[in-house]
Design a protein around this ligand. Structure first.
Ligand SMILES: Nc1ncnc2c1ncn2[C@@H]1O[C@H](COP(=O)(O)OP(=O)(O)OP(=O)(O)O)[C@@H](O)[C@H]1O
Ligand code: SF4
Ligand SMILES: [Mg+2]
Length: 329
């Protein structure tokens, strides 16, 4: 049997005034049932585009899926039509928590009614009383105080942390098995973040939900994830178990993210000087995405894309430095 969620050769472009820009170019990654897979990358790396591609909510246009497969429980989601995605997948099997709670809550409806609508959509036979009880149960599940009162509030009457708890309640209301959490605590104070994450991962464990956790803070991703993929300019440049990437990072960009001086980690490579990129190189999708920033580029980096190198059974990296080291061995 294949992986629970498996993405292969996924390429997404967006149309911009100047033409077409590739924003996602993922070779391969899979998420196993029950685990938390963390995707980390800076702003603009393509994290939300990835999440939207899986859930089938990319804005067409400007986004276009050029190529690829997204297999979930053996079905290629990219082959399902909009109606099928809506009826069989979104909410029912895969839920998402967005980075901005206000974008997913309707400001003119009470939060209790918004939870109720989602439950009702997936449980058509529930009586009125059963629905009322279910709403209160969900509010208790996300540890909101005074649930009878809270259910009657509008989103703007709640704090950011409380709103994010409502979003979690909605996301987990229909029994989805895969949760995509796209920077769920990005706009919250650090103190509130910890509480929301604790709640989210407590529920994840209790309900046995598989999670794709997306964030721009690598240390946060290490805390909550079993496996990590580092996304840079739409490409996964390093991937492995959280422990491996934390203790044995290889890619120069990952080292940067971790604030590790390049020299501390590797000595052998001699930086190439005065090799500035031409515009054509910048616009090609055939070279390493980190080439403009990398202090260690070698001749090969200017000729083709770095191959994926297996560091060990729990770790892969896409870099010529590792490729050369592997060749030398
Ligand atoms: N609707 C759009 N129109 C044009 N370009 C877009 C659109 N949505 C995303 N992009 C581009 O795609 C790239 C990836 O965007 P994405 O929103 O996935 O980044 P992100 O990693 O989620 O960033 P952030 O951490 O800021 O949320 C960016 O270069 C962005 O400018
Ligand atoms: S492939 Fe080359 S440019 Fe890219 S990170 Fe490795 S050494 Fe640097
Ligand atoms: Mg985003």
């Amino acid at each position: 049997m294949g992986a629970y969620l498996e993405i292969k050769n996924l390429q997404v472009n967006v149309e911009i005034i100047e033409g077409c820009k590739r924003v996602l170019d993922i070779d391969h990654f899979c998420v196993e049932k029950g685990e938390t897979f963390g995707i980390v990358g800076e702003s603009g790396a393509g994290k939300s585009i990835l999440a939207q591609s899986i859930l089938g909510i990319l804005p067409y246009p400007p986004a276009i899926i050029e190529n690829g497969t997204i297999f979930f429980q053996g079905k290629d989601l990219l082959q399902l039509n909009g109606k099928k995605m809506q009826s069989d997948i979104r909410g029912k099997k895969i839920s998402m928590i967005f980075q901005d709670p206000m974008s997913s809550l309707n400001p003119v409806f009470r939060v209790g009614d918004q939870i109720r609508n989602v439950i009702k959509k997936h449980n058509r036979n529930m009586s009125r009383d059963e629905l009322d009880n279910e709403v209160l149960e969900k509010l208790r599940m996300v540890k909101l105080p005074d649930v009878e009162n809270t259910k009657n509030k509008y989103p703007n009457e709640l704090s950011g942390g409380q709103r994010q708890r409502i979003i979690i309640a909605i996301a987990l209301s229909c029994g989805a098995e895969l949760l995509i959490a796209d920077e769920p605590t990005r706009n919250l104070d650090v103190t509130i973040q910890a509480g929301v994450l604790k709640l989210l991962f407590g529920l994840k464990k209790k309900l046995g939900i598989t999670t794709l956790f997306i964030a721009n803070n690598i240390n946060l991703v290490f805390i909550v994830s079993q496996k990590v993929g580092v996304l840079y300019k739409g490409k996964i440049i390093e991937m492995g178990t959280a422990q491996e990437i934390k203790n044995n990072p290889h890619h120069p960009y990952t080292l940067d993210l971790l604030g590790i001086s390049h020299n501390e980690n590797k000595e052998k490579v001699i930086p190439v000087k005065n090799k500035s990129l031409t515009k054509e190189w910048e616009n090609q999708y055939t070279l390493c995405p980190y080439i403009n920033q990398c202090p260690f580029s070698v001749d090969q980096c200017f000729q083709s894309q770095p191959p994926v190198v297996k560091v060990n059974s729990n770790h892969v990296v896409s870099c010529f430095r590792d490729f050369m080291e592997m060749e030398r061995r």
